[in-house]
Ligand binder design. Sequence first.
Ligand SMILES: NC(=O)c1ccc[n+]([C@@H]2O[C@H](COP(=O)([O-])OP(=O)(O)OC[C@H]3O[C@@H](n4cnc5c(N)ncnc54)[C@H](O)[C@@H]3O)[C@@H](O)[C@H]2O)c1
Length: 257
Amino acid sequence: MSLADLTGKTIVVTGGARGIGKAICTSFAQCGGDVIIADIRLPEAQATATELCRTTGRRVVAIQTDLTNLDDVVQMTSQALEQFGKIDVLVNNAGWDKLKPFLKTTPDFWDKVIAINYKGVLNTCFAVLPHMVSRKAGSIVNISSDTGRVGSMGEAVYSGTKGAIIAFSKSLAREHARDNIRVNVVCPGLIDTPLLKEIMGEEFGGKVVDSIVRSIPLRRLGQPDEVSPMAVFLASDSARYITGQLISVNGGLAMAG
Ligand SMILES: NC(=O)c1ccc[n+]([C@@H]2O[C@H](COP(=O)([O-])OP(=O)(O)OC[C@H]3O[C@@H](n4cnc5c(N)ncnc54)[C@H](O)[C@@H]3O)[C@@H](O)[C@H]2O)c1
């Protein structure tokens, strides 16, 4: 049984080349959606697009985009609209981090983390929302993190950006409910992706992640395809009365109050 019927829908997924984003592209395409992968890694994004076209029979294209650059994002949006005619769903998934204590970070590092994780989301929403407003239809799903809800050792700046995404999403949900546009947030816990492997490959990151894994009630890392169904559900018509909400997919690590 399919999770949702997204036949005829067009979905933009940022950071869809690999990790959680790739799983999100896969789930949307498996539900009948056509997908635009907006990612800075063109060869990986193209490989994902080719694989999904073959396995799902849907239209999946890769557009090289640096989300930190508004001109690039505007260009990606125009290309997507030229090729697909509309954008029904925007999933802001791209993100980046490196674990280090706050006092060992530098202003350049803050700028990079803020640009990718937070400004990237502002850029895509700024570029795509006018189109959704003109159609009086749309759904935005932002991938934040449990760190944005409860904080995380060695991820102070990243956690700040993820908290910002939550507050921004709730505000946008209020501003655009009258336009029939819903905005929701998914907060993953620790998910087995290339990014997490990079983090665990360093001494400090490895120690922090190991200690967190031991306190996950379900006692393991999550898999990308355990996060993606939540993005599909929130974007689908089944969630038509849900907006401004966040949900964690975290094996019970942080429990909502
Ligand atoms: N893996 C986890 O444990 C975890 C936990 C909580 C939240 N998250 C969040 O989930 C999302 C996906 O993370 P992941 O672990 O799959 O990471 P990943 O590094 O495996 O994949 C991220 C993708 O984003 C792309 N990207 C990075 N910077 C970009 C830019 N400037 N422009 C365009 N694309 C860019 C990368 O090329 C990559 O394809 C991120 O927002 C991350 O913060 C991950």
